[in-house]
Design a binder for this molecule. Structure first.
Ligand SMILES: [Zn+2]
Ligand SMILES: [Zn+2]
Length: 376
């Protein structure tokens, strides 16, 4: 008998008691999973579709300052069972009913009995998966076919079942800024310059146009509003890869319900709210500087001093969908990522030095052959 035949029994006695509840089929009591690109949960056992109750609540942001002062009660919490990967440190949830699962970030096998329960912020909103595994994998096959000099082993080893659907954690911050600045504005102008040169042994006087800059003092005030500055709360993926998966269409965010997570894994945030804001502040400060330069105007700007007050800072915790496959090649971990919203593929890739060497040898052989023919 296949283990799919008795779902009700399979989900009995969860390994850890948490608020990650199973969402059960009304028809057969099987565990429902979210069907990407739809608004329903699908039963893998009887095929029944159960519509997700869409919450009418607004996706509210939380007050950052208030939160820092009185942490307790400021944000809804939840308990989740997480496995911490001993190899890469990633903390992820696992599928209920499984005993072991590979770390989605590095492929290291993990045993679910090593899981622990953590109290974490309940996400405010989630972008549910739109791209399902078939479509994600189809896009990936197209992408990998086009890779030059990729080792054959890589092309063979990246199988559909090596992909995990994973929600990665982000913080978003809103803030108002009020900035006073002091600086100088530089305006370019052309000036005729006289100079001497030696021509045919004689010294001659010539003129040419040169660009000069006229500087004037400029001070002023700039107000800005920053909406949804995103900070990845994951430390498991290199930020340059997360950046490549952007932009995310935050209009696709829906109020959080556990239904969307069913059938997928979720990474817990590893960057706290305060550190997250420090990162967001860097983005905000770059935006402020840009606004100040625009305000100064001219061809060049020199900012001498800049004082910014931040107010109305709010934040929220959101989850974003990716498909990920991690594989080892020559003792190094490589990852393929697919944006679960747009299907866009990003990946780290090894090169086959054998293929590159053969290619170079072939080119050299062609050049030598052409040279020989030309000599005759
Ligand atoms: Zn069912
Ligand atoms: Zn890992």
């Amino acid at each position: 008998m296949s283990d799919q035949s008795n779902p009700a029994e399979e989900q009995e006695g969860p390994i850890l008691e948490t608020s990650q509840k199973d969402i059960v089929c009304k028809g057969c009591a099987g565990k429902l999973v979210f069907a990407p690109g739809t608004t329903h949960m699908k039963c893998p056992y009887c095929g029944a579709e159960n519509e997700i109750a869409v919450s009418a609540e607004k996706i509210e942001e939380l007050d950052f300052q208030k939160f820092l002062k009185e942490f307790e009660g400021q944000a809804p919490m939840q308990e989740v069972a997480n496995i911490k990967c001993q190899a890469c440190g990633a903390q992820t949830t696992f599928q209920q009913g499984v005993v072991s699962e590979a770390c989605p970030f590095c492929g290291t096998p993990q045993v679910v009995k090593d899981a622990s329960i953590n109290k974490v912020f309940r996400p405010r909103a989630v972008i549910p998966f739109i791209v399902n595994l078939d479509n994600a994998y189809g896009g990936f096959r197209k992408w990998i076919k086009k890779l030059w000099f990729a080792p054959n082993k890589l092309k063979q080893s990246a199988r559909q079942d090596s992909f995990t659907g994973l929600y990665i954690p982000y913080w978003t911050y809103d803030a108002k800024t009020a900035t006073d600045y002091d600086g100088q504005r530089g305006d370019d102008y052309q000036e005729r310059q006289t100079y001497t040169a030696v021509e045919n042994g004689r010294t001659v006087t010539k003129t040419r146009m040169v660009t000069r800059t006229r500087w004037t003092n400029k001070d002023g005030h700039v107000d800005c509003f920053f909406n949804d500055v995103m900070v990845a709360a994951s430390k498991s993926l290199p930020s340059r890869y997360l950046a490549k998966l952007e932009p995310w269409d935050l209009k696709k965010l829906v109020p959080f319900t556990e239904d969307y997570l069913s059938g997928f894994r979720t990474e817990s945030y590893q960057v706290n709210i305060k550190d997250g804001f420090a990162q967001a502040k860097q983005v905000i400060d770059r935006g402020v500087e840009k606004a100040v330069r625009t305000d100064i105007g001219g061809d060049h700007q020199n900012i001498q001093s800049l004082k910014t007050l931040y107010s109305g800072i709010t934040f929220k915790h959101i989850l974003l969908p990716i498909w990920i496959s991690a594989y080892r090649y020559n003792n190094k971990v490589y990852r393929f990522l697919i944006n679960g919203c747009t299907g866009e593929v990003q990946g780290e890739r090894p090169y086959s030095w054998i293929k590159i060497t053969l290619f170079i040898l072939m080119i050299v052989a062609i050049i030598v052959a052409i040279a020989l023919i030309a000599q005759q």
